[in-house]
Ligand binder design. Structure first.
Ligand code: ADP
Ligand code: MG
Length: 701
């Protein structure tokens, strides 16, 4: 642990910003709106990039794409109005070459500035234009006739904007804050041993390098985020997030939960009624859950399992442990279709055992809704299945003991917590079981889910043949139509998935409708169904049911079938515009086939030309069916922010850290984090406050 600190200095980092020169109530309010309250917040307001004004480049030596500072005289000025107003200023220097400065937004006063012969110093990135290199909207300054250009001593930081405060003012404020950086010893929260071991600089040095990198700094490393100064900051930031999640977990553990230790009779009955035996992985995960539920502290466990690995039945078995004790269970799914499927499964399994399974979705209204709410409140409803509707305030349970959330990444953290709080009436917190078919890489799981225990169903039920995936261009569509004809003639069923990204439901629905009509014309002998998000629930359900029961051969659908559909006889899937989908979504969709014993195929049809990224995604899909491998690749291609989604965790809002790039630091963080929590909770508080701080953000946890 770090050395003893001077108490006066302890308060310095949290000193409010209105003590800085130039910060009155108005400026302070603007800073606060951006989350900047204290000196420390300004220290951590890190540059987005740097501008190198430490040297002047001759215009002849400018390189396209490389930002530079040049000095020269205005040679010619031209105003144009071809499509929109444009101002072009030709600048030349002793090297004899010319560069064009181009402005699209400008004021009359600016035009007046650029008289022929005027000296300018400007900074920007030259690009090839109509008449040689040009710089669009350079930053510039008019020079007096004899004025010398003062070269910068350090690289100029460019900061993330703060609304209402100009960049120059912001730079000055941060400069003032940095001038007050205390000594290394009083600033440092991490032990020197840890930092030395990883060859990372102390905090003070890291901050100064980031804000005022010397002219000799490794700009490429800074741009890539791999500079030791950045890794040092990332280390502490990741540690702060880890500690914050761990503390949330510890505080959850202080609550009581109903210990569910029944005789296991219902569990036994359910097992016996199942038409299959649990896989070893299902057994193992169920036992982990069972052990958690027997404790009088709330479980918070994530079950990761690839599509088709059989998570639902594990959830149903867990539910039996609560029902045995006369307590209630809630199962929430993110879409109505998926929730309906759970309802059908659970009713099929549980009603024969005499268990009342209730249904609550947004579409349940009026009298039916009142009735369900009553049965939930009275406890008559033993298991309640539904959508977000379950999390609404009016839903009151008699005694909720277990809250199960499927596809949890599609819910926000707050929704999950809302369901958890449904147990508060009984003075306890319910156990929580969250399930996801989107496996996340282990490194990420550790960072993203330090507040959860994680179980993995890493085995598929026996008898499934892996899906064979092929990637073909949309030009070969006619071949595909033939393929469907053949498969359906053999009694198989097929999906045709229409995708359009970033389009409204309506546009996608139209596309699906058009495809439906085209395929109906081309395959008159087939019975074809259609499902899209704009259909009435009843119609959607009817189309799904018809497909499930084999009354239709081909189902044309939008990605609404992504989750929840389980039709073992379907063995062919065609995904149109597959290049537009992310890996996780493609994997989910593909999981709809390969659920029976027949060999299945998935055809990823793309619209050429393919971007390099899209090509890699499709290639990954072709090479593997393993959700964990796909998740690793997804992380590599997209980065963790997108993978996890901002809704799920605050992870996307890291200032410096990048989980993919900084993954090597995570094991150190976990080990050191445990040590801090045990030996010095006060230190943990300060690390969390420094990075995640702010009363507002605390309250949100
Ligand atoms: P997911 O994990 O994707 O939610 P499901 O729970 O929907 O998977 O299960 C997929 C299918 O596999 C269902 O039809 C389910 O009844 C079946 N299933 C689950 N466990 C087994 C098992 N051990 N053996 C055979 N089939 C199983
Ligand atoms: Mg499922």
């Amino acid at each position: 642990m770090p050395a003893r600190r001077d108490t006066a200095l302890l308060d310095l980092p949290t000193e409010p910003l209105d003590r800085l020169a130039g910060v009155g109530p108005r400026v302070a309010a603007k800073l606060q709106a951006r989350g900047l309250y204290t000196l420390q917040d300004l220290w951590l307001h890190l540059p987005l990039r740097y501008e190198d004004r430490t040297s002047l480049v001759r215009i002849r030596d400018l390189l396209p794409g490389t930002a530079a500072q040049v000095e020269g005289r205005v040679e010619a000025v031209e105003r144009g109005f071809r499509y929109r107003p444009v101002l072009r200023v030709a600048l030349t220097d002793d090297s004899g070459a010319t560069v064009v400065l181009r402005f699209f937004h400008f004021r009359a006063a600016q035009v007046a500035q650029f008289a022929v012969g005027t000296r300018l110093v400007c900074y920007g990135t030259p690009r090839p234009g109509q008449h040689g290199l040009e710089i669009v909207h350079p930053s510039y300054r008019v020079l007096g006739d004899d004025e010398h250009v003062a070269l910068g001593q350090a690289l100029d930081p460019v900061y993330p904007a703060v609304e209402g405060i100009g960049p120059a003012t912001l730079r000055k404020l941060i400069g003032q804050a940095l001038d007050r950086l205390p000594s290394e010893a009083s600033l440092e929260l991490l032990p020197p041993g840890l930092l030395n071991g990883l060859s990372l600089p102390p905090l003070r040095e890291a901050l100064l390098t980031m804000h005022r990198p010397p002219a000799s700094a490794d700009l490429a490393a800074l741009a890539a985020g791999t500079h030791p100064a950045q890794r040092r900051l990332a280390m502490e930031e990741l540690l702060a997030h880890h500690l914050s999640l761990r503390r949330q977990r510890i505080s959850l553990q202080r609550h009581r939960a109903p210990a569910l230790r029944g005789d296991g009779k219902l569990v036994q009955s359910l097992r016996q009624s199942l038409p299959f035996r649990l896989t070893a992985a299902q057994e193992r995960v169920f036992n982990e859950i069972r052990a958690d539920l027997a404790r009088s502290h709330p479980m918070l466990r994530l079950v990761q399992g690839d599509v088709g690995s059989g998570k639902t039945v594990v959830a149903a078995l867990a539910a039996m442990l609560a029902v045995e004790q006369g307590r209630q269970v809630a199962l929430a799914a993110p879409t109505e279709l998926l929730a309906e499927q759970h309802l059908a499964n659970l009713r099929g399994w549980l009603e024969p055992l005499g268990i009342n399974v209730a249904w609550l979705a947004g579409k349940v209204t009026g009298k039916a809704r009142t009735k369900v709410l009553e049965s939930v409140a009275s406890g008559e409803a033993q298991v309640v299945v539904g959508t977000h509707a379950l999390m609404q305030e009016q839903v009151v349970f008699r005694d909720l003991a277990l809250a199960i959330v499927d596809e949890q990444h599609r819910f926000g953290v707050h929704q999950r917590l809302a369901l958890r709080d449904k147990g508060a009436a009984a003075g306890t917190v319910p156990h929580q079981l969250v399930m996801t078919a989107t496996p996340i890489p282990r490194t990420l799981a550790m960072a993203a889910y330090s507040d959860l225990d994680v179980s993995a169903i890493d085995e598929l039920p026996p008898g499934r043949t892996p899906v064979h995936t092929i990637v073909i261009s949309a030009e070969r569509r006619p071949e595909l139509v033939e393929r469907i004809r053949v498969a359906c003639a053999e009694g198989r069923q097929a999906y045709w998935v229409c995708t359009l990204i970033d389009e409204s439901d309506e546009v996608v629905a139209t596309a699906a409708q058009n495809t439906f009509e085209a395929l109906s014309a081309q395959l008159p002998e087939l019975r074809i169904g259609l499902v899209h998000g704009r259909m009435k629930t009843a119609d959607k359900q009817a189309a799904m049911r018809a497909f499930k029961q084999g009354e239709t051969d081909l189902l044309v659908a939008t990605t609404v079938i992504e989750v929840g559909v389980d039709v073992p006889n379907a063995s062919l899937m065609i995904i149109e515009n597959a290049e537009r989908l992310g890996l996780a979504q493609l994997h989910q969709l593909r999981g709809r086939v390969g659920r029976g014993a027949a060999a299945s195929r998935c055809v990823l049809m793309y619209q050429p030309p393919l971007s390099a990224m899209a090509r890699q995604r499709l290639e990954t899909m072709r090479q593997t069916n393993d959700g964990f491998v796909i998740a690793e690749k997804d992380l590599e291609l997209r980065g963790p922010g997108e993978l996890l989604g901002t809704r799920q965790t605050g992870l996307a809002s890291f200032r410096v850290a990048d989980l993919a790039r900084d993954a090597a630091l995570l094991p150190h963080i976990q080990a050191f984090g445990e040590q801090v929590l045990q030996q010095s909770p006060e230190l943990a508080d300060r690390i969390v406050a420094r990075w995640i701080g702010g009363a507002v953000r605390y309250a949100a946890a």
